[in-house]
Design a protein around this ligand. Structure first.
Ligand code: SF4
Length: 239
């Protein structure tokens, strides 16, 4: 695998997101999409379904998600005809040892995200040459310079971020244009949706991600790797 994404791959970045994806995926090789089946996820899942309904879609079930997210995952995958949803969960022995009462999120959220998100994802991504994320520049200062093509330090994998330059209005327009089902919690005040214990509704005037880990300095779920290790404390996540 090359040390940097090749120039031809970078050159595709100017294409509209669906065309970029369609041409980049075969160039990268074995590619999975990672989706939270959250508020915006239907956009990218719809694009992937138009290209290859059998593309692996990794869904991290932390065992702490809202029941609405689990139902939405099933319904949306069926709606789009996706045939290779890989629901991954934390290692049971590790849960028993490190979070037996499922209360770790109260005392150490970094370790909880590591156990329930980062470690299962790292295992699931073994054997893949790249993965697709739904991150967007407008979501956080830490994403302001997000490139459509990234080289993942430490793993050699390529990350494709086809929606990097999209704005909230474009997301909404795409969902409307294609008549895509919305996550049911969006209408109940959750513009960004993670685990149930760490997500609260957002009030008028607040940032869309204000309800994530409210009241703590934690800003990152830890599934984006630096030097092969999960990042921490950045306002960032996959979808
Ligand atoms: S978001 Fe909260 S409950 Fe979910 S893995 Fe992270 S700390 Fe644990």
């Amino acid at each position: 695998m090359s040390a940097l994404p090749d120039e031809a791959l970078q050159a595709l970045a100017h294409l509209p997101a669906p065309d970029f994806l369609a041409r980049a995926i075969p160039r990268v090789g074995r590619v999975a999409m990672v989706s939270s089946f959250g508020a915006d996820s239907a956009v990218l899942l719809h694009m992937v379904a138009q290209i290859d309904r059998a593309l692996p879609v990794i869904f991290i079930d932390t065992l702490a998600l809202f029941p609405e997210t689990l139902a939405y995952q099933r319904d949306l995958a069926a709606h789009l005809g996706l045939t290779d949803i890989r629901r991954i969960t934390p290692d049971r022995n590790a849960l028993f040892t490190r979070d037996p009462d499922a209360l770790l999120h109260l005392s150490d959220r970094e370790s909880c995200c590591q156990l329930r998100k980062a470690e299962p994802l790292e295992r699931a991504l073994q054997g893949f040459d790249g993965w697709i994320t739904g991150r967007k520049r407008f979501q956080a200062d830490t994403r302001a310079s997000l490139a459509p093509v990234e080289h993942e330090p430490g793993t050699g994998r390529i990350r494709l971020n086809p929606l990097a330059g999209w704005r909230a209005a474009e997301i909404a327009a795409y969902l409307d244009h294609h008549g895509l089902p919305r996550h049911p919690l969006v209408a109940r005040g959750y513009p960004s949706i993670g685990c149930q214990p760490c997500t609260s509704p957002v009030r008028t005037g607040e940032d869309t991600r204000a309800g994530r880990w409210r009241g703590s300095d934690k800003t990152e779920c830890g599934i984006h790797f630096i030097g092969g290790m999960p990042q921490s404390r950045r306002k960032d996540n996959a979808a």
